[in-house]
Design a protein around this ligand. Structure first.
Ligand code: ACO
Length: 328
């Protein structure tokens, strides 16, 4: 027995913000955004919604697809860089809303790689024998963290949540993962204000202030390199190669980064899942939303080899190799 995915689900807010809508807010164009990023529109959380609300909706959808009751969960992990509060953990708020009374609950922050990290952590906790059923959520409300006057970043992001339920499976499951970090690049993509080092905005000179700052060019170079390498390393760890891959699910940040990773893996684009055009970069939610949509569309079936790769602020990266076990 080993840990595998029993079901997946997602939630995106109703409000659609198109490139044409953004043209009315800042000096940009639909043409620039589409050709540089592949994004046409993104979802924006309602004022009344926070990361826990999106997480709870995605969790309910994943639990229903897995046919698992909240009371059967003994672990809830939320990967997010936009938690409801600095404390308590968003996972605790989700635990209460689901009435999952037996579940331990904590958050992981590896930014856009958060889901890749959380999936590996939950897999190992189940494989240890100490936990039986885990809910792993990736959720972010990036619209509240971007600077809506900075055209170089605000056009890239959107809000959403995705979730999976993990439990023991007879064969297959999460076959292996690779996680990595390079903290030398920590400030290439950062929101520095609001916690222990810079608790308030007064006198702040660091670019970004209490909003996200990004050196797009450096992050782009890092992403192009790490996406393919992390996938190859993770496959190698499982005794597989890119020839074995049925579906590649990369972090949905930019179509050009996705295409270059596919090229590095020698995968044709029909084996690559893409929804960046509809949702933009939803950070930790991007991979689980894509995974749940792929299942919904019948692109992942029992036995499929799925490779996911995330990258993000930290700098961090993570890749998971999964032999799909859920029947849907
Ligand atoms: N609309 C119009 N023009 C723009 C916009 C915009 N929204 N943004 C920038 N420009 C301009 C720039 O000012 C620049 O003009 P200039 O030549 O007169 O100076 C020109 O367009 C080119 O800008 P570049 O930054 O060179 O554009 P580039 O092709 O590098 O694309 C982008 C920028 C899309 C941000 C790219 O660098 C990228 O995708 N980087 C990776 C970002 C990423 O994936 N981040 C997420 C990481 S995951 C996480 O942890 C959150």
């Amino acid at each position: 027995m080993s840990a595998g995915i029993l079901g997946a689900g997602y939630y995106v807010p109703d409000k659609v913000l198109t490139n044409f809508d953004i043209e009315k807010l800042i000096d940009t164009s639909d043409e620039w955004i589409r050709t540089r990023t592949g994004i046409s529109e993104r979802r924006i959380a309602a004022d009344s919604q926070s990361t826990s609300d999106l997480s709870i909706a995605a969790a309910r959808s994943a639990l229903s697809s897995a046919a698992v009751e909240p009371n059967d969960l003994d672990l809830i992990i939320v990967a997010t860089c936009t938690p409801d509060f600095s404390m308590p953990a968003t996972a605790a708020i989700v635990q209460a809303a689901l009435n999952a009374k037996k579940a331990a609950a904590f958050d992981i922050n590896a930014v856009c790689s958060g889901f890749s990290y959380a999936l590996d952590v939950a897999t190992n906790m189940i494989n240890s024998g100490a936990y039986k059923k885990a809910l792993v959520i990736g959720a972010d409300v990036m619209s509240r963290t971007v600077d809506w006057t900075d055209r170089a970043t605000c056009v890239l992001f959107g809000d959403g949540a995705g979730a999976v339920v993990l439990g023991d499976v007879e064969e297959g499951g999460v076959l292996g993962s690779v996680l990595g970090a390079n903290g030398d690049g920590a400030m290439l993509l950062a929101k520095p204000i609001g916690t222990s080092q810079k608790p308030a905005c007064d006198g702040i000179t660091f670019p970004g202030g209490d909003k996200m700052y990004m050196n797009g060019k450096e992050v782009y170079k890092f992403a192009v390199h790490v996406m393919g390498e992390a996938a190859i390393q993770a496959l190698d760890r499982c005794g597989l190669t890119s020839n074995d891959v049925d579906l590649f699910i990369p972090h949905q940040a930019n179509i050009r980064i996705i295409e270059s990773a596919a090229k590095r893996l020698d995968l044709s684009m029909d084996k690559v899942f893409v929804n960046v055009n509809r949702y933009g970069n939803t950070s930790a939610a991007s991979i689980p939303i894509a995974l749940a949509e792929a299942v919904e569309q019948g692109r992942v079936t029992k036995g499929s080899i799925v490779v996911t790769v995330g990258f993000g602020s930290g700098l961090t990266w993570g890749a998971n190799v999964i032999r799909w076990t859920a029947s849907e």
